[in-house]
Structure formats: structure tokens, C-alpha cells
Design a protein around this ligand. Structure first.
Ligand SMILES: Cc1ncc(COP(=O)(O)O)c(C=O)c1O
Length: 510
């Protein structure tokens, strides 16, 4: 395996282009300065026709640059000027060959990736714990999944990444797989061994597609896990809005090498992008790139230091565990993003949901994620020292008050789950149809309890752990019915079904 130092050298640092430039943002500013009389969309005409209370709140400037593609303002669907340059700057910054701006999140990144890399009937190896947009990509592309099981951490009761061994075994068992798709890092900040996996996948002549929605910052600091572009992914998806400073919904799709057809990618993007993109959003991608390329390492150093310090202080509180690099010896954990603070609260007698509610109601703090056992607090370049201090104080208070005295804590959810819940996911059921076929097939609703043996036409995903127990095209097994009923009894949310009480389930008509 390549030494980490050597891998870090693979990062292509911005040297050739002037990364201080923000060509697209500048084009919008130039339009505003020009005083052109607008007779074009959007209909609020730079804020003039907008509801006053809303306009006063959001501000005149954002209204002024909410424009439409026209001469001087490049078109995201067919970039030839400032967006072309902005995307080239982003490609250089992330070390890709080409980078494309997305305005419908990593969700559209996953869908575009599948539509670009795969034809109907192609097989793709995917982790079972992928984001639901991956499944959307499979339905749209008509590809067939070969599921790889991520490593399940029995102690923390969360799933980590798939290992190089799992990838190698999958390719051996399914030599006709066209591409390997990975999720790294996970929601909890656990990263896969991308360098080893890249070698296995490319040596086997397959495509490497990586959902790096949670790692757009990796490329800009040596203390963070290796980025997917540095590792050599053919396509890689970044949610620029999640961990960097772009507006919500802003993401990027990075392409590298010669294995993916660029013309296909370009036509897929045209299908997925609105012809009327929100221009402030596009400009925020341009600016977020500049920020990372020019001062990313400094900003991230501060963030990492604050997160590490906070992790250490939280770990001093009795009943709280906040994992760190000691996790890297576990299966499926190759590296960790220190800026994700996962606080396991069960030692305090709370569920993650309860802890999250207490943080919000008593301390006015909102965290990113709560599951049965943990909460996840994001530390980004926008997190202040004061905010970190309040978080630590809130947990101290929570530990001090104790569950018995706590008026906010809804009682017994954790106990119920521990009593009734089944932590072992049932085996992945047999796939009877491809997801697309099942999605498009005539369907009917049947009683869930009596649905074993039918082909499922929807997805059931209990949270946690957030891994689908069944996806469209798979056979509903008796184990799945039992498992899901136990989870429902224990108060676990099941995402995906049309009937959210799951009295019925949508199945393919026989
Ligand atoms: C791993 C992963 N991929 C993709 C997405 C979708 O990202 P977005 O919300 O930017 O569409 C998410 C969202 O949480 C995610 O966790």
C-alpha cells in the first residue's frame, strides 16, 4: 500500500490558476453595477416586486443577484464563460480533471453518477447503507445492485464503511460488476481505506464512484482523511453545503481520468439541472471554492483544533463517550473526520433523541443528527469557540441533572428498544427484480403482516441504523416482517413506506 505521505503528494495543490478569483460571483456583481433595466425573470425584478417583509429580512443584495442566464451571465447548462472558469478553478482546487456545479444537492450527484456510469442491466457493487438517492440513481439508470455489507460496530451500534476485503470478495464473486460505488465518510465521519480500494477496483478494470457528500473539506487539510479525488475516484460527489460554506443544496461532482464518458456526463447533467438555476447558489459555490483554495488549511486547522479540544472536554464528563482516533483499529474504520462530534449518551440513561430534545428545549442548541444512542454535532469553519463552550456546558448540565430528575426526558424509549429491539439486521433478501422494474411495475397494497413472499415495491429503512432492510425488487422475507414489527413496537421510525404506520406495504402485483 502507498504510504500516507506519498498519497498526500497525490493531492494536486492549486498552483496554476489564480484561486483568489471568483469569476461567476464577479459576473453577477458586474450586472448589478451596470444598471441594466431588467425585463427578465425572476419576476420579483431584483426584489422590487417582492413581499416587503421577506425582502427586508433576506436583504436587497441577495435579491439583486437573483438573476437569470443572459449575455454576460453564463449558463450552468452550457457554460462557456464565467461558470466554465469557476468550474475549472474548482477542478484545480479539488484535484479533479473536471468539476461540475450542482444545485440539487448530492442527491442529484448520486443520480447523475449512476446515470452516467451505468446502463440498464449493468451491475454495480454498492454498500447497503448508501443514502436513498443512490437507490433513486439505480431506479433511473436501470442498473442492478450487488450489495456489500458495511462493517457493523456492535458496541457503538452503528455501521461503518465497507473494507477493501469486502470489495475484493465482491469483485471475485461478481466479476461482471461494472462499477464499485462507496459511501465515505459516513454520517458519523468514519472514512474508508480509499487508497487500497482504488487499487483493487481499478486493477480489476472497474469504475470507482464515491459518495463523499460529507467530505468536501478533506482535500484541504492534511490531518483529514484522504479525499476521493486524491484517491483517484472516477466520479466523486461532494455536498459543498454540508461541511463548507455554500448555500443549502449546493454540491459538486468531480470527474477524474478517462474511464467515464464526459459527453454522457454532460448530457446527463443537462437533464438534471434546472434551466433556471438559483444564481446566488451557484455564486456561493464559486466563493466556497475560493475560500477553501486560498485559506482552507488555516480555517480547517482552527476547526479541527476546536473539535479535538471539545471532544476531550466532553470525554471528561461521566456517562458520555465521544469517540476519536482509537476507533481506527476497528473494522470498517480506516480514518476519522475529527470535525464530526458523535456523542454517545446512553451512559447518561438517555436516548440520542432525548438528549437532542433536551439540548434544544433547555439549552436552545440544535444538533445535526440524533439516533437511538448518539447525537452528532458538526464542527465546521463556522463553529465558534463560544458555541463549543455552550455545547460542553449543556452536556455537563445534562449529566448533572440526571435522568431521574429530568422533566423533559420522555421515559422508557431506550429501555423499550433494548427490550424489544433487534439489533441484528435480517439477511439481505433475494432480489427478484431490478429496482427500476419493481418501481415501474403495477403495484398493490397488501397487509404488511401477511406480505412475506411478495416482491417489495418500496424501501423500508429503520432509523437507526439507517440501512434499508428491503429495497424495491426484493422479496419480503418472514425475518424482515418480524424485524420491522419489533422495530415499530420499540418506537423506531421506519422511513420509506407510503403507509407510514406500515399496516400495508406496496408490493408488485402478481
Ligand atoms: C451519504 C449521503 N449522500 C448523499 C446525501 C444527499 O445529500 P443532499 O442533501 O446534498 O442532497 C446525503 C444526505 O444526507 C448523505 O448523507
Amino acid at each position: 500500500m502507498l504510504a500516507r505521505e506519498a498519497l498526500l503528494e497525490k493531492r494536486i495543490l492549486p498552483v496554476a490558476l489564480d484561486q483568489h478569483r471568483t469569476p461567476y460571483f464577479q459576473a453577477l456583481l458586474d450586472y448589478v453595477d451596470s444598471g441594466v433595466l431588467p425585463f427578465h425573470t425572476p419576476g420579483h425584478i431584483q426584489g422590487v416586486g417582492m413581499d416587503l417583509a421577506f425582502r427586508e429580512f433576506v436583504g436587497d443584495n441577495i435579491c439583486a443577484i437573483d438573476l437569470t442566464p443572459m449575455p454576460g451571465i453564463d449558463d450552468l447548462l452550457q457554460p462557456t464563460e464565467s461558470i466554465k472558469e469557476a468550474q475549472q478553478l474548482a477542478a484545480e482546487a479539488w484535484g479533479s480533471d473536471h468539476t461540475f456545479f450542482l444545485i440539487n444537492g448530492s442527491t442529484s450527484g448520486n443520480q447523475c453518477t449512476m446515470m452516467t456510469a451505468l446502463d440498464p442491466g449493468d451491475k454495480v457493487a454498492v454498500p447497503r447503507n448508501s443514502h436513498k438517492s443512490m437507490l433513486g440513481g439505480l431506479i433511473m439508470s436501470g442498473a442492478a445492485p450487488v450489495y456489500m455489507q458495511p462493517e457493523v460496530d456492535e458496541e457503538l451500534r452503528m455501521d461503518h464503511c465497507v473494507t477493501p476485503v469486502t470489495v475484493a470478495e465482491t469483485l471475485q464473486a461478481y466479476p461482471d460488476v461494472k462499477a464499485v460505488y462507496l459511501v465515505s465518510p459516513t454520517y458519523y465521519g468514519v472514512a474508508a481505506d480509499l487508497a487500497s480500494i482504488e487499487r483493487i477496483v481499478h486493477d480489476a478494470g472497474k469504475l470507482l464512484l464515491i459518495d463523499e457528500a460529507w467530505g468536501p473539506h478533506f482535500h484541504f487539510h492534511p490531518a483529514l482523511p484522504l479525499s476521493a479525488t486524491a484517491a483517484g475516484a472516477d466520479l466523486c460527489i461532494n455536498s459543498t453545503h454540508k461541511m463548507l460554506s455554500a448555500f443549502s443544496q449546493c454540491a459538486m461532482l468531480h470527474q477524474k481520468g478517462k474511464r467515464v464518458r464526459l459527453d454522457r456526463l454532460a448530457s446527463v447533467l443537462k437533464m438534471f439541472l434546472s434551466t433556471s438555476p438559483n444564481l446566488p447558489m451557484v455564486a456561493s459555490l464559486d466563493v466556497a471554492r475560493k475560500q477553501m483554495a486560498t485559506e482552507g488549511e488555516t480555517l480547517l486547522s482552527r476547526t479541527i483544533e476546536l473539535a479535538q479540544e471539545t471532544r476531550a472536554r466532553l470525554n471528561e464528563i461521566e456517562g458520555i463517550y465521544c469517540f476519536g482516533t482509537e476507533l481506527c483499529s476497528r473494522k470498517g474504520v480506516y480514518a476519522l473526520d475529527p470535525t464530526k462530534i458523535t456523542v454517545t449518551v446512553t451512559g447518561l440513561g438517555y436516548t440520542g433523541y432525548e438528549a437532542s430534545e433536551i439540548l434544544r428545549r433547555r439549552h436552545n442548541i440544535q444538533v445535526e443528527l440524533a439516533d437511538l444512542f448518539n447525537i452528532v454535532a458538526l464542527f465546521t469553519i463556522g463553529t465558534t469557540r463560544d458555541a463549543a463552550e455552550r455545547l460542553v456546558q449543556a452536556f455537563r448540565d445534562m449529566a448533572h441533572v440526571g435522568r431521574a430528575l429530568d422533566m423533559f426526558a420522555p421515559s422508557g424509549v431506550l429501555e423499550q428498544r433494548l427490550k424489544h429491539g433487534n439489533f441484528r439486521l435480517p439477511p439481505i433478501p433475494p432480489m427478484r427484480m431490478r429496482p427500476r422494474e419493481a418501481f415501474l411495475a403495477a403495484a398493490e397494497f397488501v397487509n404488511f403482516r401477511q406480505s412475506a413472499g411478495r416482491v417489495c415495491a418500496e424501501t423500508l429503512t429503520p432509523y437507526p441504523p439507517g440501512i434499508p432492510v428491503i429495497a424495491p425488487g426484493e422479496e419480503i422475507t418472514p425475518e424482515i416482517v418480524d424485524y420491522v414489527r419489533l422495530e415499530l413496537k420499540a418506537g423506531v421510525r421506519i422511513q420509506g413506506p407510503y403507509d407510514d404506520k406500515l399496516r400495508t406495504i406496496r408490493v408488485v402485483k402478481e
